[in-house]
Design a binder for this molecule. Structure first.
Ligand code: FES
Ligand code: FES
Length: 159
């Protein structure tokens, strides 16, 4: 057992746990941030995606000790119901989800893409989301929603 300090969604966090505890467990069970989903648990589905210092990481395969001193962002840090991120707004408008289980991971992956590439091609979006599985098959709407959010964030209207 050790105590690890890091930042989550702009707030300081201090967690006493084994250093090899998966970050996903820490977020959900120690910090109550249940927006990050447990899907496969073996780094195959992307449901648990978070940003660590701005880089997408599957939190089921990221140990607590590796985020010491780093900045973690979860879906709870992306937007709020009253002030959604443009990605969230576009997903809502385009009904880009069915059960919604995959969406927090997909939104986090999409945010990382738009942060580094504000004008992604469809191929860029597809490649980025390749590691995020949606069992409901809403991929086409998801791709459209990400493209729409990117255009709006660039100050352009949706085509
Ligand atoms: S739960 Fe982490 S990749 Fe599936
Ligand atoms: S909306 Fe159900 S898994 Fe993606």
């Amino acid at each position: 057992m050790t105590t690890i300090s890091f930042t989550v969604n702009g707030r300081s966090a201090e967690v006493a746990a084994r250093g090899d505890t998966p970050l996903l467990d820490v977020l959900r069970n120690h910090l109550g941030l249940t927006g990050t989903r447990f899907g496969c648990g073996v780094e195959q589905c992307g449901a648990c995606m978070v940003l660590v210092d701005g880089v997408p990481r599957k939190s089921c395969g990221t140990s607590l000790s590796t985020v010491a001193g780093k900045c973690v962002m979860t879906i709870e840090g992306l937007g709020t119901p009253s002030n959604p991120h443009p990605l969230q707004q576009a997903f809502i408008e385009m009904q880009a989800g069915q059960c919604g289980y995959c969406l927090s991971g997909i939104l986090i992956s999409a945010k990382a893409l738009l942060d580094r590439n504000p004008a992604p091609t469809r191929a860029d979006i597809v490649a980025t989301l390749d590691g995020n599985i949606c069992r409901c098959g809403t991929h086409h709407r998801i791709l459209r929603a990400v493209a729409c959010a990117a255009m709006r964030m660039r100050g352009q209207e949706r085509a």
